[in-house]
Design a protein around this ligand. Structure first.
Ligand code: MG
Length: 310
């Protein structure tokens, strides 16, 4: 979880910047949002409520309330300031708090609402589901948690791919092996969900055996969920450490914070014995808040795992 937050904070100062108009390999201040060094953004501020909600066994309404507390009351932020919230996420939170939609109907179903705003917050769910052997059960939860903000089948399928990758990595598979096997497993699991199955080809490139040798100029790092997932997978395939994966990601330009955050998370699950750079981690702002949410979540999930292995 900390690696993902480091990726977010490293990417914040250069979010939306053009590729190769800068080079960074450390935590810097100012930039796009004019924030101090170590400021993390909406990616983390939507992830923290999910962790807290999973720790407390909260339901979807309680999670939407936490999202509202972030967006309208600046909770879950480094310094009482919510910044960088994407349109689709903002609309979903308004649907819940102002328009009083049911939680699972807050997400936008439009094909134009296929940003990476659900993907960026869902890693805790992979940890929660690491010992769940039934893919149907995992997909249903991955579906529902995505629908809180994004309901187009393309965004939902992105969550399936990302969280199933994390699931397999956390269970000791290598990323290359996962990418080789996942299309067939998903095709089978989605046979009764034709609208979702029809979106799988959107992601075909990342499952090709030579995807890692795609030229950098052909990798797009925008906030479009397909671009994001491909860019993230490409970064992790192209590096052998968490820190180098983050540096590769933040220098792609465009949606740097989300791409670097997801890359850091994926790389951490691929290199399970490794930790993200300590110096960067110590530079993160509002450490007390991060610790107060991550520690109970980690303890609860660890206990849960221990019970399951008894
Ligand atoms: Mg952000």
């Amino acid at each position: 979880m900390y690696a993902g937050i480091v990726g977010d904070a490293m990417g914040v100062p250069v979010e939306f910047a053009q590729r190769d108009s800068y080079y960074i390999d450390s935590m810097i201040d100012s930039g796009t949002w004019e924030q101090p060094k170590g400021s993390w953004s909406d990616d983390t501020s939507f992830t923290l409520p999910l962790m807290e909600n999973l720790t407390d066994n909260g339901d979807y309404d309680q999670l939407m309330q936490k999202f509202e507390n972030y967006m309208f009351h600046n909770e879950y932020t480094p310094d009482n300031l919510a910044f960088g919230i994407g349109n689709t996420c903002a609309k979903a939170v308004r649907n819940w708090s102002v328009n009083r939609y049911p939680a699972l109907e807050c997400g936008d179903m439009s094909v134009y609402a296929n940003g990476n705003g659900a993907l960026m917050r869902l890693a805790p769910l992979a940890i929660h589901l690491v010992n769940e052997p039934d893919i149907e059960k995992r997909l249903q939860l991955e579906h529902d948690y995505t629908c809180l903000t994004h309901r187009h089948p393309r965004a939902i399928v992105a969550s399936y791919i990302y969280l199933e990758i994390l699931h397999e990595l956390l269970n000791g598979q290598s990323l290359r092996t996962v990418l080789r096997n996942l299309p067939e497993r998903l095709t089978d699991a989605l046979k009764d969900r034709p609208e979702e199955l029809a979106e799988l080809p959107q992601y075909a490139a990342m499952f090709k055996s030579d995807f890692s040798s795609t030229l950098r100029r052909n990798i797009k790092s925008t906030g479009y969920v397909v671009d994001t997932l491909l860019a993230c997978t490409w970064c992790v395939l192209g590096t052998t450490s968490i820190d180098n994966a983050i540096i590769l990601a933040v220098n792609l330009g465009s949606d740097t914070d989300t791409v670097a955050s997801i890359v850091a998370t994926m790389a951490s699950c691929e290199c399970l014995s490794e930790q993200v750079n300590d110096k960067w981690k110590n530079q993160l702002r509002n450490q007390e808040l991060l610790k107060s949410i991550i520690e109970p979540f980690a303890n609860k999930e660890a206990q849960h795992k221990a019970l399951l292995t008894l």
